[in-house]
Design a binder for this molecule. Structure first.
Ligand code: R5P
Length: 299
């Protein structure tokens, strides 16, 4: 592992530091800053000749990070790093995966093509594969997709007694059922009953059975929090207790965190794939294991 060196894009220093400690590898030195006119300056200080370079950069607010990331990766390659691995616990631009209206850019494809053009490998956690089955459909480089569900199950087991997991819709069933099984807890999935074109009712199945349980909402992303806020509304109507909301990626756009608390969440817990005050589940060991297994052979 001493042939490996880890760099971080600003904002990712904590995770980069934990990974260097867990992996006992060298922390790379680079200066990444802005000129007064806002342009990006990058200088690589560490020797990377024939070393495997790993760049840690969670891609929340990706537009600010993509250029420093590109400049760093390309400069490391110019200085003859043998490979570049991007560790992006949160992978952005996964949602615009089709043209919803004429003329739209399919940004998930283009972003994947951009990243594939300057890194050799990508390690990420639970990317939002909505209409796709695999990252390989859009990324042409080697990708490793890790899952936070075992970490979430463990957190639930250790912290919540008498939990019932709640899936907001049928799409979430596969995932919620797995987390529930590993946490040794029951689960229910909200049911949509269509009464007409504009009249959809949502019911909480077996509600009487779970009224004394602690509801736990689990989702991959909390962005505007609308999905969770709406689900809380249904739980309230069904006289269930205030839920614990667990999200893997706390994107938390437009004061989503405050809105979710105000809507009645008892507590909000997230993975630290994106740094946020709600972080309670660490992903560093998950990533370190994968780097260990995977990072030292380029396909
Ligand atoms: C949807 O397909 C996702 O799994 C999440 O439910 C969604 O991205 C959450 O977004 P928001 O917090 O904006 O409702």
């Amino acid at each position: 592992m001493n042939n490996c060196v880890l760099f971080s894009i600003p904002g990712n220093e904590l995770l980069c530091h934990s990974l260097t400690e867990l992996l006992h590898v060298q922390q790379g030195e680079a200066i990444i800053r802005h000129f007064p006119d806002g342009e990006t300056y990058v200088k690589v200080i560490s020797n990377v000749y024939e070393k495997e370079a790993i760049i840690v950069c969670s891609l929340h607010h990706p537009d600010n990070k993509i250029l420093p990331l590109y400049f760093l990766a390309k400069t490391l390659k110019e200085f003859r790093a043998s490979s570049i691995t991007l560790v992006a616990p949160y992978l952005a631009y996964m949602r615009q995966d089709k043209r919803f209206t004429d003329g739209e850019c399919i940004s998930s494809d283009l972003f994947a093509r951009l990243i594939s053009g300057f890194v050799d490998k990508l390690i990420t956690i639970d990317p939002h594969l909505h209409r796709r089955t695999s990252l390989n459909e859009i990324y042409s480089i080697h990708t490793s997709v890790l899952h936070a569900s075992p970490l979430i199950s463990k957190w639930i087991k250790e912290n919540i007694q008498n939990a019932v997991l709640i899936g907001p819709d049928s799409e979430s069933e596969q995932w919620v059922s797995k987390v529930a099984e590993d946490a040794g807890a029951p689960f229910i999935v909200l049911e949509k009953i269509r009464k007409g074109d504009r009249n959809v009712q949502v019911s909480v199945p077996q509600v009487e059975k779970y009224q004394n349980h602690v509801p736990v909402l689990v989702d991959d992303i909390i962005s505007t929090a609308h999905t969770m806020i709406e689900t809380i509304g249904h739980l309230k109507k069904a006289d269930m207790k205030p839920p614990i909301c667990i999200g893997i990626h706390p994107v938390m756009a437009s004061r989503a965190y405050d809105k979710l608390l105000k809507a009645g969440a008892e507590k909000i817990i997230t993975c630290d794939s994106i740094i946020h005050p709600s972080n309670g589940i660490k992903v560093d060991e998950l990533l370190a294991d994968e780097i260990c297994k995977n990072c030292f052979v380029v396909d």
